[in-house]
Design a protein around this ligand. Structure first.
Ligand code: ADP
Ligand code: ZN
Length: 523
């Protein structure tokens, strides 16, 4: 094993010119060389592709790489060919002569890496031809696309398990940058056959060079302009939640003298390509974009990533900010969020025509995103804890740098915790806050909870303020979901310590009433 890894390191140096593995790569490559199925969760920019590229060029079999985007495949093939590795792609944009040459190389055993989309793999006779030529392993890039719980579901990815079987149940390596525990389980179940457990690696998601800052929306355009003021020479991305906003913001920033360009799926392909190329090739370009922009974009010196609107969920947020600072140098982020975002997202989830289970998953993801925005503890700590990692306060995010002065909220916390306990640890956030605020809704009356001692103890604050504190309790781990799948809350040990005065609870002061943005700004 050590022997094989030393060989791998030598090949890394010889073919790619890199001196050593990046953190996490060696373990994964070792397992791949061992021949086992592997599931690797590694952050963007950590060098995931190397974990199939290197084993492919070390052996003499064929590695089939499944990738969701044609542009991504072309880049990789070019890169590999540049390094002298036999690689090719098959897709609808490939000329017939080139495709014939690729098939020849597959049959003769010359080809090391074949990049295909899942659709292409499933097309007429492709799998049979590959099977008879012999495939050594399958690498599934962007494996989260297989899960509806991830943020980028592609139905075609559901066929991969079948394809793997058709290829002769070959060794499979699945790679993704972003997956919370639930999505991870889902990916593993969908890609790997039962009874053949994949060796799983989860590499740290920490990106210490990326500074995290959040701010409640006040005047978003002005907030962004202030952020950009001293960054005229830097390249960055500003994500917006609607196409209309993307275009508006690009116009406004251009008016301010920035080299700003829009990108969203509604622009014609020529414009999109042109803007993307300008961003990749020039310095000091600000791309205002929807989340359609960025997958597979490999620009190491993106110095900032902003969100003009609250990201949809934590995975998306992580992936988007992860496009900054891939060169390891300091990079900055600014995430704006508003009550308008939160209620818009809630409404969107409520109105979506999806099964209830799916709706609950999305609600949970939204709550986690909101907790991150409203959190009182270090942003990086909260973010990493979402991915199941514990860490120390970073000392650099807005909260660590004292962006908000925290006040003692122990008494308020106790009121909420007491309401949770007295209502039987069965109800969700909205219900609990109504009880504390003293709103006698129909269900509260029916349950007789209007008679509780805690009913109305918090009439002095608006319900929204109670929700903000409850979110912070949730973010601090004093309150957790009770697991009923409906968002019912329960008090944790930490919550108990607060309720009985053994611990105090610091909270953010009541949020300023925010002006809602006009609805017309969204599309
Ligand atoms: P990911 O898919 O994890 O986002 P990539 O596989 O695209 O990341 O790799 C990002 C960059 O890092 C690529 O340009 C790649 O060539 C480079 N890279 C990969 N492994 C190493 C290494 N061991 N040393 C230096 N650079 C590496
Ligand atoms: Zn911090």
């Amino acid at each position: 094993m050590i022997q094989r890894l030393n060989e791998a390191r030598a090949a890394l140096k010889k073919t790619f010119g890199y001196d050593d593995f990046r953190p996490g790569q060696a373990e994964v490559i070792g397992a791949v060389l061992d021949g086992t199925d592997v599931f690797a969760v590694m952050p963007t920019g950590s060098g995931k592709s190397m974990t199939y590229q290197l084993p492919a060029l070390m052996g003499d079999g064929l590695t089939v790489v499944i990738s969701p985007l044609i542009a991504l495949m072309h880049d990789q093939v070019q890169q590999m060919v540049g390094f002298g590795v036999e690689a090719a792609t098959l897709n609808s944009t490939i000329a017939e002569t080139a495709a014939r040459e690729t098939w020849r190389k597959i049959r003769s055993g010359e080809l090391r890496l074949l990049f295909v989309s899942p659709e292409r793999l499933l097309m007429d006779g492709c799998m049979e031809a590959l099977r008879s030529a012999g495939v050594q392993r399958l690498a599934v890039d962007e494996a989260h696309c297989v899960s509806q719980w991830g943020h980028d579901f592609r139905p075609e990815y559901r066929e991969i398990a079948r394809a793997r079987e058709a290829l002769g149940n070959v060794q499979t390596l699945a790679l993704t940058a972003t997956a919370d525990a639930a999505t991870r389980t889902d990916i593993a179940e969908r890609l790997f056959p039962t009874g053949r457990e994949a060796k799983t690696f989860v590499h740290s998601f920490d990106r210490p060079n990326i500074r995290l800052t959040f701010a409640a929306k006040d005047n978003p355009t002005r907030q962004l302009e202030r952020f950009l003021r001293n960054r005229r020479a830097e390249s960055g991305i500003i994500y917006c939640s609607s196409r209309k906003r993307v275009e508006q913001l690009a116009e406004t920033l251009k008016g301010d003298g920035f080299n700003a360009l829009p990108y969203h799926a509604g622009l014609d392909q020529g414009t999109r390509m042109r803007n993307q190329d300008t961003f990749l090739q020039e310095d000091g370009v600000v791309m205002t974009a929807t989340v359609a922009f960025g997958m597979g974009i490999n620009k190491p010196d993106v110095r900032f990533v902003c969100h003009a609107d609250m990201p949809t969920n934590v995975e998306g947020y992580y992936q988007e900010i992860g496009r900054a600072g891939r060169d390891g140098l300091p990079a900055d982020t600014l995430t704006l969020y508003g009550l308008d975002d939160m209620s818009l997202r809630r409404r969107q989830i409520d109105e979506k025509e999806v099964p209830d289970e799916r709706r609950r998953v999305e609600r949970r993801k939204l709550e986690a995103m909101i907790s991150l925005c409203e959190g009182a503890a270090c942003r990086r700590q909260s973010l990493l804890s979402y991915f199941g990692e514990s860490s120390e306060p970073c000392g650099r995010c807005d909260l660590c740098r004292g962006g908000v002065a925290l006040i003692d909220g122990t008494v308020e916390a106790q009121k909420l915790l007491s309401a949770i306990v007295r209502t039987g640890q069965r109800f969700g956030a909205a219900y609990v806050c109504d009880v504390v605020h003293g709103k006698e809704s129909e269900p509260i009356r029916k349950n007789g909870h209007g008679q509780l001692k805690t009913f109305g103890v918090g009439a002095d604050k608006p319900v929204a303020a109670w929700r903000a504190i409850l979110r912070q309790l949730f973010a601090a781990g004093a309150v957790a979901e009770n697991g009923d799948g409906y968002g019912g809350l329960t008090m944790t040990e930490k919550g108990e310590a607060i309720l009985f005065g053994r611990e105090t609870m610091q909270v953010r002061p009541d949020p300023e009433p925010r002006k809602a943005e006009p609805r017309s700004r969204r599309g």
